[in-house]
Design a protein around this ligand. Structure first.
Ligand SMILES: Cc1cc2nc3c(=O)[nH]c(=O)nc-3n(C[C@H](O)[C@H](O)[C@H](O)COP(=O)(O)O)c2cc1C
Length: 358
């Protein structure tokens, strides 16, 4: 049974499995461990600089050391015991080639239960298979599940070929970065499940769903589609423990009707001067006056000037807030543990309600 498979892979978790997305600038160790304490699967997000000596490497080491303490676990045992949280890794930067040399030793020391890979560059298609090999060949009892987030069926097939244990089907309702062209989870999740079952019959690969899931009703729908775990990103931005700036939390709580008031575009990166993402990926964020100017023809350079002026004057209404279309379901700031329990219980309630209709 699906529920028992996730429980056997992640023994500290409860069913249905609720996961916080590893989000840059949001998902810190406090948030991830609070999710883990109540039976969710918590993820932190590693920065994107893998160069030897980078400050993000030290931060990863420090955060994972703290995780053992925050969860009240013994760190010193090198017996293959697992740290019951996961680490997200953004893989599109050229420095990802240093992963084996710089990141693996830290991960091997702390033994997180899962490693989540997202957004390889099409120019270096070997990145994920190399990372998987480097993790699998590090020669210790630590054997994390490899999670790969994808936005297309073709990318899911590739992820399975590269050795993913779990494929996150990320639909276009998702907040933040994602495939520029894609589908919602309602069609993406079942098609990926069929491909995994039919084309990789000898492998044990699970599928999780992400994108636009704001509460337990969405989580129940994802389970009905066959997903064995539900990933929420935007909902956890407003967690008390999140690193997101206050104005972002307020913008999310104040925004409703996410299909109308959020938009998927390259503009959000470009206006902030971030040209590092491959063209394969764009991002979804709340519609702001800055975006509306762009949509009405204001040139990029002028938009960048206006954004800079807004930053300097503290006009936060013009700043970028990444968000999924589920934003209208998010009404208040809450502890991450409370979000996790609430979504899980609401999902169980929604499933019971469906049964009562039949
Ligand atoms: C603020 C923000 C930052 C994100 N950062 C990352 C990241 O660093 N790595 C990653 O794999 N996904 C990242 N994502 C995407 C999430 O993994 C996930 O697909 C998405 O949040 C799910 O959609 P939802 O926000 O509607 O729940 C981010 C999403 C948001 C909203």
């Amino acid at each position: 049974m699906a529920g028992s498979r996730m429980k056997s892979w992640f023994p500290t978790t409860a069913s249905p499995l609720i996961i916080n997305a590893p989000m840059k600038g949001v998902a810190n160790i406090k948030l991830a461990t609070e999710v883990a304490k109540v039976g969710g699967l918590g993820f932190i997000q590693f920065g994107r600089d893998f160069e030897p000596g980078s400050s993000t490497l030290k931060q990863l080491d420090d955060e994972l050391s703290q995780a053992w303490k925050l969860l009240g676990l013994e760190t010193s045992k090198d017996d293959g015991s697992t740290l019951p949280i996961g680490v997200g890794i953004l893989t599109y930067m050229p420095s990802a080639r240093h992963f084996g040399e710089t990141v693996v030793p830290i991960l091997k020391r702390h033994r997180p239960a899962a490693i989540w890979l997202f957004a390889p560059s099409p120019e270096t298609p070997e990145t994920h298979s190399n990372i998987v090999k480097e993790i699998k060949s590090q020669g210790s009892p630590w054997n994390p599940k490899i999670v790969v987030q994808v936005g297309s069926v073709a990318a899911a097939r590739e992820a399975a070929t590269h050795g993913a244990d779990i494929i996150v089907a990320q639909g276009v309702d998702a907040g933040g970065h994602q495939w520029a062209q894609g589908a919602g989870i309602i069609s993406l999740v079942p098609e990926i499940i069929d491909v995994v079952r039919n084309e990789f019959p000898d492998r044990e690969i699970a599928v999780w769903a992400a994108g636009g899931i704001g509460d337990g009703r969405g989580a129940a729908a994802a389970l009905a589609l066959g997903a064995e775990g539900t990933v929420l990103g935007t909902r956890y931005i407003v967690a008390l423990e999140s690193d997101a700036q206050d104005y972002k939390k307020k913008a999310i709580i104040a925004t409703s009707d996410g299909g109308f008031n959020t938009v998927k575009s390259y503009f959000h990166d470009h206006v902030q001067g971030d040209l590092s993402w491959p063209e394969l990926y764009d991002g979804r964020a709340i519609v702001t006056p800055t975006y509306q100017d762009h949509a009405s023809g204001v040139p990029l350079e002028e938009s960048q000037k206006r954004l800079k002026a807004a930053q300097e004057s503290g006009d936060v209404s013009k700043l970028v807030t990444w968000s999924g279309t589920g934003v209208g379901l998010i009404k208040k700031e809450q502890p991450a543990a409370e979000i996790t329990k609430e979504v899980r219980e609401q999902a169980l309630g929604a499933i019971a309600k469906v049964k009562s209709f039949l």
